[in-house]
Design a protein around this ligand. Structure first.
Ligand code: SAM
Length: 362
């Protein structure tokens, strides 16, 4: 557990070996597992990387208009996906160096077979105190309880509309009932909070924002409105909606005050004064939050992406597959940290990222 790690120096007893956790004997005969003074997972801008978004597959059963292009053929071969033991090993090396939170994502994570097994392995890693899931919920009905049992604490569900025809048009399949069934199962299983991710698009679903607020208020869900990002042609062709005026309007009309939500990440939260409803605004374009970025992404094949909106990456797949030593992996993590860019350039260079969100680990 994280509390078993300590950053304290122990005079001459103190050994610093490449930031690796080490066991040492104390005067009192006890063993203390300790980290180096400076956690390894710190980038060149001093940001501590505590959060990994872990894609377990780039495949998805939906084709959301802003994400995977229709007829897309560029998926990775399943043979290239990291195996559960490879993922577990990498995260076990990252955890003593500062990683605290892991989110299972994709693609659609629930299409990866035996996901509760992976969740249980990751939840058991000392130091990982927050395991969460992003899903489109089409398969959540059957998996909510096993995933909760395995140690997943929180769930984010993508839902861009409450109208069946619109969901079908946006997602490429008529799945609203399945998603609502998945949400009901998540509630039943006891996930808290449950967050709804709505990509807000001008002329597509912006007339439903108030309906979504009311739905989430009634259901006890946290709502997060997301600005579409220019990732791949799909992202670039999406009707961008600036969320700042929406935030001001909702704040005024609903009397929202500043709020905070567990696992808040990049969203700026507001809440109703009675605290019954929280809404987050994820505004990578109208007001970016790169200065506080604490995350990296691992694609299904083990490629670590250091920024959603930049190309810097480091391939951990080949290292893990050839049985690289812990020391080599630690060195690779150091290199990855040194590559993390200061910020994205979605506004300045919207053409830069041809990679779609599903390939990155959204
Ligand atoms: N399939 C899962 C889901 O639906 O949550 C996890 C992966 S999905 C890529 C993660 C999130 O990325 C979803 O909330 C989705 O709406 C969002 N997303 C995908 N492409 C996006 C884009 N171009 N701009 C903003 N958000 C995007």
């Amino acid at each position: 557990m994280y509390r078993y790690f300590t950053d304290r120096a122990f005079g001459s007893n103190y050994k610093r070996i490449l930031g690796r956790a080490l066991c040492m004997s104390t005067k009192h005969g006890g063993n203390i597992i300790m980290r180096s003074h400076a956690p390894l997972l710190v980038d060149t801008f001093g940001r501590r990387i505590e959060y990994l978004r872990l894609s377990v597959t780039d495949r998805c059963d939906l084709r959301c208009t802003y994400c995977i292009p229709k007829g897309f053929r560029g998926f990775q071969e399943p043979a290239s996906w990291l195996r559960f033991e490879e993922i577990e090993r990498l995260i076990s090396i990252m955890a003593p160096r500062g990683l605290k939170r892991v989110r299972l994502t994709g693609g659609e994570p629930l299409v990866r077979r035996d996901l509760p097994n992976l969740a249980a392995r990751l939840a058991a890693i000392p130091g990982i105190d927050d395991l969460s899931l992003s899903t489109n919920a089409t398969r959540l009905h059957a998996l909510a309880a096993p995933l909760k049992e395995a140690g997943v604490r929180r769930v984010n569900v993508s839902l861009d509309s409450l109208r069946a025809d619109r969901v079908a048009a946006i997602c490429g399949r008529d799945v609203l009932d399945k998603i609502l069934g998945g949400l009901a199962a998540a509630k039943e299983a006891g996930f808290t909070p449950i967050k709804i991710n709505m990509v807000a698009m001008r002329g597509v679903n912006d007339d439903e924002i108030d309906d979504m607020v009311d739905f989430c208020l009634e259901q006890g869900f946290v709502l997060r409105l997301i600005e579409a990002m220019p990732m791949g042609t799909t992202g670039r062709n999406t009707q961008f909606l600036d969320l700042q005026p929406i935030r001001r309007r909702l704040q005024q009309e609903r009397g929202l005050v500043a709020g905070d939500v567990p696992g808040g990440g990049p969203a700026r939260y507001m809440k109703t004064p009675d605290g019954r409803f929280s809404i987050g605004f994820i505004t990578p374009l109208s007001e970016h939050f790169c200065a506080t970025c604490n995350r990296v992404r691992l694609a299904a094949d083990g490629t670590m992406y250091l920024c959603l909106g930049q190309r810097e990456q480091l391939a951990f797949g080949p290292l893990l597959r050839r049985g690289a030593s812990d020391g080599e992996i630690v060195e690779a993590l150091r290199s990855a940290m040194s590559l993390k860019p200061e910020r994205h350039e979605f506004n300045e260079k919207p053409e830069k990222i041809s990679r779609i969100m599903a390939a990155t680990g959204g």
